[in-house]
Design a protein around this ligand. Structure first.
Ligand code: SIN
Ligand code: FE
Length: 336
């Protein structure tokens, strides 16, 4: 990477993948190129925004003292990967539509007090489940945290919201991860301002145009929006185009904010041997009244494909019939 910050981390702390990377641009929040990139729905690392400056003092001790005694959502994993799954889609699979489809939950979701989470983090040893806390900031937090939250730089993010015509803020997710944890490659259907608070996270992004190279699970699958490719051990016979995937990359440190555009793929890893990481995500709905203009953008085509898959499953009822029908439509008719 071009602007490796040698004093804070080095490339031996990054997992190795067979990908070629382009560095995500890094600009000051006042630099006009920041808004230019956001308006083109391209990622940018935003510097000096102070978006979560009031949380820069957050560390495990501070959070343990001030968060309160509520239960928090913690994922447990036997390995370093925390692949998201949709619980509603698991239930549907267990019902009628899932005939013959196996699904094993890769992680376990549990409720935990923050004090227990922190104790387990500190006492963690090789062979234990890894932990990743992922909790929406809600009204159970104590007054100090409320004050820090109120003091986020709302002017900055509300400004981005109105300038770029995003919909409402849906929520803020607090993530506390162990070093080496990985959130495997997926896309979200919202705009994300990803504010790094503590520790370093490596973010690997791909544009929506890389759909073909990343092989998302079918929409009805609990791993909807996730890539089927295992980055640690890609099966090129099943996923040959993964070789062509064009990746963007940045390592984010405290105080830096990454704009992850809606429908952009992202793989996030807490760097190895870097201690734990703390992040706060700001998720916004996409433009509620976006004008459609032609040619359509790549992310709009992804949305169309999702809708076609959903409609077909709605009428066919059996997910196993969706692929064959699409093949019948396409093969020899829309293929050379
Ligand atoms: C992470 O930080 O590990 C995941 C955040 C995201 O996927 O938006
Ligand atoms: Fe995400």
């Amino acid at each position: 990477m071009s602007n490796e910050k040698k004093s804070n981390w080095d490339s031996s702390q990054l997992r190795k993948y067979n990908l070629t990377f382009t560095e995500i641009p890094r600009f000051d929040c006042d630099d006009p190129r920041t808004d230019e990139l956001i308006s083109q729905q391209k990622p940018v690392v935003i510097l000096n925004s102070n978006l979560a400056a009031s949380a820069q003092k957050w560390n495990l001790e501070y959070l343990e003292t001030h968060m309160g005694d509520a239960d928090y959502t913690v994922y447990l994993s036997r390995n370093h990967k925390f692949k998201y799954f949709d619980e509603k889609k698991v239930q549907k699979l267990n019902g009628d539509i899932g005939k013959g489809i196996d699904f094993m939950q890769p992680t376990k979701k549990v409720d935990m007090k923050l004090s227990e989470f922190i104790r387990r983090l500190k006492e963690w040893k090789r062979g234990d489940d890894r932990l990743y806390l992922q909790q929406g900031l809600n009204n159970t937090v104590g007054p100090e945290i409320v004050r820090d939250f109120v003091n986020f730089n709302w002017e900055f993010c509300n400004g981005k919201q109105s300038k770029h015509n995003w919909g409402p803020l849906t929520y803020n997710l607090l993530l506390i991860g162990m070093e080496g944890n990985v959130t495997p490659c997926h896309y979200d259907e919202q705009q994300n301002l990803f504010a790094q608070i503590y520790g370093y996270k490596r973010c690997i992004l791909f544009p929506p145009s890389e759909f073909e190279c990343l092989y998302p699970y079918p929409v009805h699958h609990p791993h909807d929006r996730q890539s089927m490719v295992d980055f640690d051990k890609p099966d090129y016979s099943k996923f040959p185009k993964f070789k062509d995937a064009k990746a963007y990359e940045s390592v984010l440190g405290p105080g830096e904010v990454l704009y992850i555009p809606v429908y952009w793929w992202h793989h996030i890893e807490s760097i190895m041997r870097g201690g734990h990481t703390i992040t706060v995500n700001f998720w916004y709905k996409d433009s509620p009244n976006a004008k459609i203009s032609y040619p359509l953008k790549d992310f709009q085509k992804v949305a169309i494909m999702r809708n076609i898959e959903k409609m077909l499953l709605d009428v066919l009822k059996d997910p196993k019939e969706v692929g064959p029908l699409l093949k019948t439509m396409v093969l020899g008719r829309f293929t050379e």
